[in-house]
Design a protein around this ligand. Structure first.
Ligand SMILES: Nc1nc2c(c(=O)[nH]1)N(C=O)[C@@H](CNc1ccc(C(=O)N[C@@H](CCC(=O)O)C(=O)O)cc1)CN2
Ligand SMILES: Nc1nc2c(ncn2[C@@H]2O[C@H](COP(=O)(O)OP(=O)(O)OP(=O)(O)O)[C@@H](O)[C@H]2O)c(=O)[nH]1
Ligand SMILES: [Mg+2]
Length: 443
């Protein structure tokens, strides 16, 4: 806590725009010293949240060393992103300007911010909860529509409301539970205990559903992974190249061409999708190829969906559980419509036969793998959320099994605590570095 107290008094700054060639660069400053620093480099403090054009100096009072002419925005706390006093300088981008103004800020008493430190301050100052803050990191990182929508809903509080709603309900249950403890001999209606049990069970089943759907939220966030497997020469690398629209993998008629697993990412149905091309599966004395086969099997195990390919002339003997069967080289021979009771997608990467159907199939597979079971329900997006909800569920399970009302009350309190740690309303000091350390500098 001492560290946090000290840091909170620092005034921090960071370049908050990208580092590529750009027209404008924003330096963002936050902390108690902001007003004095702004006075030193700008000579005045403009009206709150109004952009004004001003000269920026190393020392404005003596008009020493003109650094740039910039748009200046003053954000007095608590009406700012972080909740503290702060300001922004919208500078002409350029490494020399950014360096010179940064030096002037340090000279005036600011220090460079750590990764995620602005948002960490926003959290500490009660401007947002932990789940919303995680949403901000995801929003900035979002590359697809699916990621953007999910992250934005999280920033807007959809997931936080779900968790705090559960917490509120637990609080009510706990109040009734405590009535049972405090007035055991009073004439409480008999349905009180029954209602408590029902409410606990209802919460448990909602949490169970949330965790089951959560896999979908995590997939939207990190991307759906397809592993392409099958014997050598099935056309796996040809399929990868077609799917991603470029000659990413080497294709040849020599069996055992692919050894390393090759991951290519693209966007399908607004969702980030990774296809992994792998070494053809066969017994081999070649040490390198054997390692390739080992890695192929690893990816088959990890993937969200396995595309098991085979060429028309070599039907598969073993079918991976849950795999999608793709029969290739339909131009060379007939491909069965069904194998082992499973539908087969027949394609030819040479003639293009079956490829539009395969594309549609993959699109709907991606939708299935990322859809919420209740439409509009916010999905959990991180292992941390899953672990927190699981903790809460275990406590509810324990409460349910407790005969002693006092112990039951204790389990209910622990369940509330688990939800409170999720949103950051209780005891999360130990989590903050891990969470905010993953942000970029300047956020
Ligand atoms: N230039 C700039 N653009 C940005 C940000 C920023 O900090 N600066 N943001 C940051 O990442 C995001 C916007 N988020 C923000 C959230 C709250 C406040 C803020 O000052 N809120 C005050 C005043 C609101 C008002 O003027 O009505 C408040 O809520 O009290 C500013 C930005 C995206 N775009
Ligand atoms: N006739 C025909 N040939 C195909 C078709 N698809 C791929 N091929 C050919 O089959 C050979 C093997 O293709 P690859 O894509 O390298 O096969 P792979 O499954 O990646 O093979 P490994 O990397 O060795 O495991 C190449 O010569 C391709 O041109 C097809 O639909 N029809
Ligand atoms: Mg290959």
């Amino acid at each position: 806590m001492a560290g946090l107290g000290y840091q909170a008094e620092d005034t921090i700054f960071a370049l908050s725009t990208g580092i590529e060639r750009a027209a404008i660069a924003i330096l963002r400053v936050s902390g108690a010293g902001s007003r004095d620093i702004l006075l030193q480099i700008c000579g005045e403090v403009p009206a709150a949240r109004k952009a004004v054009l001003r000269k920026i100096w190393k020392n404005a009072s003596i008009q020493d060393d003109l650094l740039d002419e910039a748009l200046v925005l003053w954000f007095p706390g608590p009406h700012s992103y972080t909740g503290e006093d702060g300001f922004e300088l919208h500078l002409h981008a350029g490494p020399a300007i950014i360096r010179a103004v940064s030096d002037a800020l340090v000279n005036a008493g600011a220090r460079p911010a750590e990764a995620g430190e602005f948002t960490k301050r926003a959290f500490v100052n009660g401007r947002m909860d932990l789940v919303e803050a995680e949403g901000i990191a995801d929003l900035v990182a979002a590359e697809t529509e699916g990621q953007r929508k999910q992250a934005l809903a999280q920033v807007e509080g959809a997931l936080s409301q779900l968790y705090s709603g559960w917490s509120e309900r637990l609080k009510k249950i706990l109040a009734f539970q405590e009535a049972l403890i405090d007035f055991p001999d009073e004439d409480l209606p008999p349905e009180v205990e029954e209602n408590i049990n029902q409410d606990i069970q209802k919460l448990q089943s909602e949490m169970q559903q949330h965790i089951a759907d959560g896999e979908h939220g995590e997939r939207i966030r990190r991307g759906v992974v397809f592993a392409i497997t099958g014997p050598p020469n099935a056309g796996k690398s040809s399929l990868l190249n077609w799917l991603t629209g470029r000659e990413a993998a080497i294709v040849s008629s020599k069996a055992g061409t692919t050894r390393d697993a090759l991951e290519i990412t693209c966007i399908l149905a607004g969702i980030k999708v990774t296809f992994i091309d792998t070494a053809g599966l066969r017994e081999t004395d070649d040490e390198i190829e054997a390692e390739g086969v080992r890695r192929a099997l690893f990816h088959v195990k990890q993937a969200d969906c396995v595309l098991q390919m085979f060429p028309a002339n070599e039907l598969p003997e073993d079918i991976f559980p849950g795999a999608v069967l793709v029969g290739n080289k339909a131009d060379l021979g007939k491909i069965p419509q069904i194998l082992d009771g499973k539908d087969v997608l027949a394609i030819s990467l040479k003639t293009g036969e079956g490829l539009p159907e395969l594309h549609n199939f993959l699109k709907s597979k991606v939708e299935d793998l990322t859809a919420a079971s209740v439409s509009g329900a916010p999905l959990l997006t991180r292992a941390r959320h899953k672990a927190g909800v699981q903790d809460a569920m275990q406590c509810l399970q324990a409460a349910w099994q407790q005969e002693w009302p006092e112990l039951r009350g204790e389990e209910l309190r622990l369940a509330m605590r688990a939800l409170g740690r999720l949103t950051g309303h209780v005891g999360v000091e130990d989590l903050l570095d891990a969470i905010f350390g993953q942000f970029c500098i300047g956020k």
